[in-house]
Design a protein around this ligand. Structure first.
Ligand SMILES: Nc1ncnc2c1ncn2[C@@H]1O[C@H](COP(=O)(O)OP(=O)(O)OP(=O)(O)O)[C@@H](O)[C@H]1O
Ligand SMILES: O=P(O)(O)OC[C@H]1O[C@H](OP(=O)(O)OP(=O)(O)O)[C@H](O)[C@@H]1O
Ligand SMILES: O=C(O)c1cccnc1
Ligand SMILES: [Mg+2]
Length: 591
């Protein structure tokens, strides 16, 4: 195995807060107690794993490995760290312990891991840390914090990608709502890994080479009140270099369109038009406008809405204007509806004016109201204009939707039918609102060559002891069938050879598997103080996520009541666990 040295080109610099003191105090107090008990030369094996998949799903995406490697690479207590610990820990701590800490590095640690971006399952360790007990113990909290949120976030993003479908573009807009600056940065990074196409977070773009994308906010529109707020109305033609009057052209188009779109210019806001013209002048090739600032609330009979969603043009723009009170309307089956009568008219006018100046507009963003209905309304409008003016590109303008989008909204929108090309998603994505934490744990499974088991009344919490290897066995149809944990001393399963796979705790649950393919899940990533397998660039980890998800059967990935993926142990490991369990479980006495 060749050692790999990593430079800034292959790995972005680690966030400065990831350092040895980013840990729980008890790791350091335990380190002292180990040290004082003469355990300096003890050698341990720890497994880092989770017990339940997040989001009521049946898979997890493993992420955070690259950051773990950077942490091992840089692990070192600085002078000021030592000074702080001296002041903070009890004065009875022997000074020689601080000398010991000063020289600690991860050179004697071996880190094995599943490939970053792979699907992973409960109980199969994501990381295995072997080496001096004290150092391996000191790594616990930091490794957990680096893996837990990264994996949770990547899984969340991968689920959004899965439910959105591969043809919809997904943008992460969450920095303002994230759990602080570091949470926001990690959310951007791992959303990208999980399958998002870009982020609005500029620092994430710079640090991780993620595409940065965005539109504009309502404040840009509301900062303009009248057409007089446009400071300069001209734009140089893209080809002829001629000066075009964008305001004149836009007003002209707004009048022409009002006849076609059944929306009068009086209903459109001049402040909004001024804002859109100014934005178009600033970004003539990237004109994507927020169109719901001056949306109009109307009452609409629900039956008509449904018809419209089914593709019939049953929308009646006059419904709701006949003076009936909201309470009466609600009883009669009317719902409040917004139309984009101002924004859509203004956008189309500016887009057509831009076209006359040699530029093609990009599209619109809708950030309120019924996104299914409004997106279809916008698409119908674009198609009508495309047809009327023989401009086929107009029908294909991008429609971005945002506003508290989550998995359920996406699924519901798909069910209703919509015309959205891109979702901008913030709060629910980055805060993982549906499940805010992944429960990875770090458990001692071997000390000085002796297996360790942690017993619990709750069988699900009993740890699987010893130094183990993990394999993914594939079935005849090419899908991943089962993950198998074995003792490291056992021979690896082979293609075409029958393997007995057992449930780790239920004796009667077992099955023979004849794998069509066997994947060894662990590689050594860190040994002898060096990175031994270079972590892949983010774009490749992102591809790995999708490739790995494709190996899972559809029923394991579905939203509602997904089928659990099987995780098993070999017969040998099964007996090993249960013998050790019996040895360690005290025999009770009945009286
Ligand atoms: N067709 C739809 N089906 C299901 N959910 C939708 C649909 N359209 C929008 N949503 C979701 O419904 C919620 C609407 O939120 P809300 O009631 O706050 O509306 P709003 O348009 O933001 O109103 P306001 O601006 O007055 O606060 C959002 O979470 C949005 O993602
Ligand atoms: O809804 P999220 O999924 O979190 O997506 C991000 C939100 O952030 C922006 O506006 P913000 O919510 O700050 O202001 P608003 O009240 O204008 O929507 C944007 O318009 C989205 O609504
Ligand atoms: O660019 C956008 O449209 C954007 C960015 C952050 C939050 N909401 C929207
Ligand atoms: Mg909002």
């Amino acid at each position: 195995m060749s050692n790999v040295s990593l430079d800034d080109k292959t790995m972005a610099r680690q966030n400065g807060i990831v350092q040895p003191l980013l840990t729980d105090l008890y790791q350091i107090t335990m380190a002292y107690a180990y040290w004082k008990s003469g355990k300096v030369n003890d050698v341990a094996v720890f497994d880092l794993f989770f017990r339940t998949n997040p989001f009521q799903g049946e898979f997890t995406i493993f992420a955070g490995l690259e950051e773990c490697l950077k942490f091992l690479q840089n692990f070192h207590y600085s002078e000021s760290d030592i000074d702080y610990l001296r002041q903070t820990l009890p004065s009875t701590i022997e000074s020689a312990f601080f000398d010991y800490l000063k020289d600690l590095t991860c050179k004697d640690i071996i880190l094995s891991a599943i490939e970053e971006g792979s699907v992973a399952f409960p109980r199969v360790p994501l990381l295995r840390v072997e080496g001096p007990l004290i150092i391996a113990q000191l790594l616990e909290t930091t490794l957990l914090t680096l893996v837990n949120f990264a994996s949770l976030m990547s899984t969340n993003a991968a689920r959004y990608r899965m439910f959105a479908g591969k043809h919809i573009s997904l943008l992460e807009f969450g920095l303002r709502r994230a759990q602080g600056p570091d949470g926001g940065l990690s959310a951007s990074k791992y959303s990208y890994i999980g399958g998002f196409d870009g982020t609005s977070n500029v620092l994430a773009g710079k640090m991780f080479n993620i595409p940065v994308k965005g539109t504009h906010a309502h404040s840009f529109v509301t900062s303009f009140s009248t057409l007089d707020d446009i400071k300069c109305v001209t734009l140089q033609h893209a080809e002829t270099q001629e000066q075009c009057n964008l305001l004149e052209k836009s007003l002209d188009w707004r009048n022409r369109l009002s006849l076609i779109l059944d929306a009068s210019p009086e209903e459109a806001s001049d402040g909004e038009l001024a804002a859109l013209i100014s934005y178009a002048r600033a970004f003539p090739s990237g004109f994507l406008a927020l169109v719901d600032t001056y949306d109009v609330k109307r009452y609409r009979f629900d039956g008509l809405h449904r018809q419209h969603m089914n593709g019939h043009s049953g929308y009646n723009s006059n419904c709701g204007t006949n003076g009936i009170t909201p309470a009466i309307r609600s009883r009669c089956g009317y719902t409040v509806e917004r139309t984009l009568r101002s924004g859509l008219l203004n956008f189309c006018a500016v887009a057509l004016a831009l076209h006359e100046c040699g530029y093609t507009a990009v599209g619109i963003r809708i950030d309120s109201g019924d996104l299914a209905y409004l997106s279809v309304l916008a698409r119908d409008t674009f198609k009508k204009i495309a047809e009327t003016f023989a401009l086929p590109w107009f029908a294909k303008l991008t429609i971005v939707a945002s506003n508290d989008i989550n998995e359920d909204t996406i699924l519901s929108l798909h069910e209703q039918g919509h015309a959205i090309d891109c979702f901008g998603i913030g709060t629910h994505l980055v805060t993982c609102q549906r499940q805010p934490a992944l429960g990875c744990v770090y458990k001692l499974v071997e000390i000085n060559g002796q297996p360790r088991i942690k017993l619990s009344q709750d069988v699900g919490k009993v740890t699987i002891p010893g130094h183990k290897k993990a394999y993914r066995l594939f079935g005849a149809d090419g899908h991943a069938l089962i993950d198998l944990l074995q003792r490291s001393s056992e021979a690896a399963p082979e293609v075409g050879q029958k393997v007995l796979c057992r449930h780790p705790f239920q004796e009667s649950k077992r099955a023979y598997v004849i794998p069509s393919k066997v994947e060894h899940l662990y590689k050594i990533y860190w040994k002898d103080g060096q990175i031994t397998t270079a972590p892949k660039p983010l774009s490749e980890v992102r591809e790995r996520v999708q490739a790995s998800l494709r190996t899972l059967r559809q029923d394991i990935k579905r939203n509602l009541n997904p089928t659990p993926y099987k995780v098993a142990v070999s017969d040998d490991l099964y007996n090993f666990i249960h013998d050790l369990w019996l040895q360690n479980a005290p025999i009770g006495e009945l009286s």
